[in-house]
Design a protein around this ligand. Structure first.
Ligand SMILES: Cc1cc2nc3c(=O)[nH]c(=O)nc-3n(C[C@H](O)[C@H](O)[C@H](O)COP(=O)(O)OP(=O)(O)OC[C@H]3O[C@@H](n4cnc5c(N)ncnc54)[C@H](O)[C@@H]3O)c2cc1C
Length: 530
């Protein structure tokens, strides 16, 4: 093969797994190149809260969260309930602990914090109410010096131009830290605007990649291995349709713009096997005045209704369970659930604002665009959102009964540690990492079940969205991509949403997607480094 450039390791994609894996490889003395298709690093990881579900890791121990890996293993076994993924689960758990120990020895990563986010299946064996999620510390933009402009902006800035201030938070802090640590090793190179097109196979092993850099093809040799960490295929409408990853449209995803499944297709082209291609990290999306949804979680006032004007889910529950319920009910019933409507009243608006900082009224364009409807009576609101006359009022009458007793007899809203967490915080419809403290509501029997009794009434649209697809190339516990014969393809690794998820069809706890991206990138690099 005639090559333009030669490295030990090539990492495709600069999300969390890509950059952290690249840092670890470069810190082991391997000459490592990260190629990134877009002009910015970070992918969907940069949009995220950067929660990492890493049971047993040092920050949890420091916080006295008493995390036992055996309990976490029991929990994963129970909620995922798929024996074919057990080796991946064990690899994930071991990698999380070792990776955080290793990262925290580097000045850029000191030090992660535990914040209590309850596990998503509270009655499963091994679940904890304190959860196992850790977060990276914030990072002043100025600390990144000349690289500051390389980090992808938050969704709020990219979509609506809202300025983000002088500090990187959540996923942007993780990406900024990983980028700085990687480049500081002296063994790392970054090439943005460089898109993987295909994999080069020589003598039965993956020996490099063909990419397009600034419009020109380039052949890049990887002497030790190629790590595909290029996100999912959430932005590729054709692949979504092909793999029945529907009814979500590619425009409704919260995934980053570059995630069109290129690495998945390159792997398939050389004989890789796949799994879970019909799955996504589904979430509810609140439709904004620009007509596009943003990942929504933490509803603690108001209800969601389908086209029959009926509730269909615990609105406060974990977002992926709500997302899957929307998808399932929409497919299985004659009643439309896409869109569903989030119906609330003036009391709720006064209490929590509209997902954003308390005290802020909805901006005018919410009403002028029709994204938020307002009416003085429930019958008038029902007419505006086209649900049967009387149905909405009946649903709310029943819900108000639950609000009076504090017990939701239909969907048990407010019963779990996750739901109860929302007594203390307001959800984040605008800002993925803004957890606004809630005002105390001593007058309510249950603070996440306030009655809807104060006109005017409001309705906003909820559609099915996702934070990435989760099916992809099948990997083993070393993140080696498997061929259709079930054997590893030498030299080829995958992590994050390019790989089929170790968690199968469930979302065990906050931080599983990025946790999987980091953990399997780490496994891959350890295997490559030998
Ligand atoms: C608002 C929000 C909050 C979230 N919060 C959390 C959270 O707190 N914890 C959590 O675990 N998850 C969270 N998620 C989900 C999580 O961010 C993603 O699932 C995860 O970051 C995906 O990581 P990845 O490494 O697979 O891909 P990404 O981070 O998306 O990175 C993939 C990169 O690969 C690049 N790429 C694609 N194709 C090519 C190509 N051909 N050549 C070169 N480069 C390519 C892309 O441009 C992109 O930069 C959140 C998501 C959103 C939207």
């Amino acid at each position: 093969m005639s090559t333009d450039e030669s490295y030990d390791v090539i990492v495709v994609g600069s999300g969390g797994g890509g950059l952290v894996g690249a840092y670890v490889a470069a810190s082991r003395g391997l000459r490592t190149l990260v190629i990134e298709k877009t002009g910015l690093v970070g992918g969907t990881t940069a949009y995220s809260g950067a929660g990492l579900w890493f049971p047993g890791s040092a920050p949890l121990k420091r916080a006295g969260a008493g995390n036992d890996l055996d309990d976490a293993r029991k929990y994963l076994r129970s909620v995922i309930s798929d024996s074919s993924r057990e080796a991946l689960q064990d690899a994930y758990l071991a990698a999380g602990v070792a990776l955080i120990d290793e990262l925290e020895r580097n000045r850029w990563f000191q030090s992660f914090d535990h914040r209590p986010v309850p596990d998503y299946y509270p009655s499963a064996p091994g679940a904890t109410a304190a959860g196992r999620t850790i977060f990276p510390p914030e990072l002043p933009v100025a600390d990144l010096g000349e690289h500051a402009g390389l980090v992808r902006k938050p969704i709020t800035t990219e979509r609506w131009g809202i300025e983000e201030g002088p500090v990187l938070r959540g996923g942007r802090a993780l990406i900024g830290r990983a980028l700085a640590a990687f480049l500081e090793t002296g063994n790392g190179s970054l090439s943005v605007n460089t898109a993987l097109q295909s994999l080069i196979v020589e003598n039965g092993r993956v020996a490099g990649v063909v990419a397009v850099r600034d419009g020109a093809p380039v052949r890049l040799r990887a002497n030790r291995g190629v790590l595909l960490a290029a996100g999912g295929f959430e932005r590729n409408a054709e692949l979504r349709a092909k793999y029945r990853n529907a009814p979500l449209t590619a425009a409704w995803t919260n995934g980053a713009p570059g995630n069109t499944g290129d690495a998945l297709q390159a792997g398939i082209a050389i004989g890789a096997t796949t799994d879970l291609l019909d799955e996504a990290w589904y979430v509810p999306g609140l439709v904004h005045p620009d007509g596009l949804p943003v990942f929504h979680t933490g509803t603690r006032g108001g209800i969601w209704v389908n086209s029959a004007g009926e509730r269909f889910v615990n609105e406060t529950g974990p977002y992926d369970q709500a997302g899957h319920t929307i998808a399932r009910q929409h497919a299985a019933s004659a009643v439309s659930h896409i869109p569903a409507y989030w119906v609330f009243d003036q009391r709720q608006l006064d209490r929590d604002s509209f997902g954003g900082p308390p005290g802020e009224p909805p901006r005018r364009e919410w009403f002028t665009s029709g994204a938020l409807k307002r009416a003085d009576t429930l019958d008038e609101l029902a007419r505006l959102i086209d649900v049967p006359h009387g149905a909405l009022a009946r649903t709310i009458e029943e819900f108000n009964g639950f609000a009076r007793t504090g017990v939701d007899q239909r969907f048990q809203r407010g019963q779990t540690p996750w739901d109860q967490m929302h007594q203390h915080i307001v959800g984040f419809a605008y800002d993925p990492v803004g957890n606004y403290p809630a005002k105390p509501s001593p007058e309510l029997a249950n603070p996440v079940l306030p009655p809807l009794d104060t006109p005017p009434f409001y309705a906003a649209r909820i559609v099915l969205s996702d934070i990435g697809t989760k099916g992809g190339l099948k990997i083993d516990e070393h993140a080696r991509v498997l061929g259709t014969d079930g054997r590893p393809i030498t030299g080829l690794y995958a992590a994050g949403n390019t790989a089929a998820a170790m968690s199968g069809r469930v979302y065990p706890g906050a931080g599983t997607p990025i946790g999987s991206s980091l953990a399997f990138a780490y496994r891959a690099v350890n295997d490559i480094a030998g």
